[in-house]
Design a protein. Structure first.
Length: 112
């Protein structure tokens, strides 16, 4: 090895390191979005089932609040023979609190 090439691998590795970190953060965030979506859908389903059984709106909202992520918004609408529940949750990008999106889960149940 020529003495002037010494340290080249270290320099090249340092140039790639920020890209590797960015890809890792993006991957973790995508997994987090999937988990958040699943929680929102589960919360909406719990509330819709509760309303379909004839429980009050307060009880259904409590079921959704217990199952949903903190900070979620719950919307309930009734049609003639069904109820629709939508749970929306903010999802922030790690390390960048102001950057993010909203993930929603929706469930419809027939009234019994």
């Amino acid at each position: 090895m020529v003495s002037r090439e010494r340290g080249m691998v270290t320099a090249e590795t340092m140039m790639v390191a920020p890209f590797v970190v960015a890809v890792a953060v993006a991957g973790i965030w995508l997994v987090s979005l999937g988990v958040t979506h699943a929680r929102a859908t589960d919360a909406a389903r719990e509330a819709a089932r509760s309303l379909a059984r004839g429980d009050s709106q307060e009880v259904a909202e409590r079921h959704a609040t217990d199952a949903a992520a903190r900070g979620s918004r719950i919307e309930i609408s009734r049609q003639h023979d069904a109820v629709e529940v939508t749970v929306s949750t903010p999802a922030r990008l790690p390390l960048f609190g102001g950057v993010g999106t909203t993930v929603s889960g929706r469930a419809v149940a027939s009234l019994e």
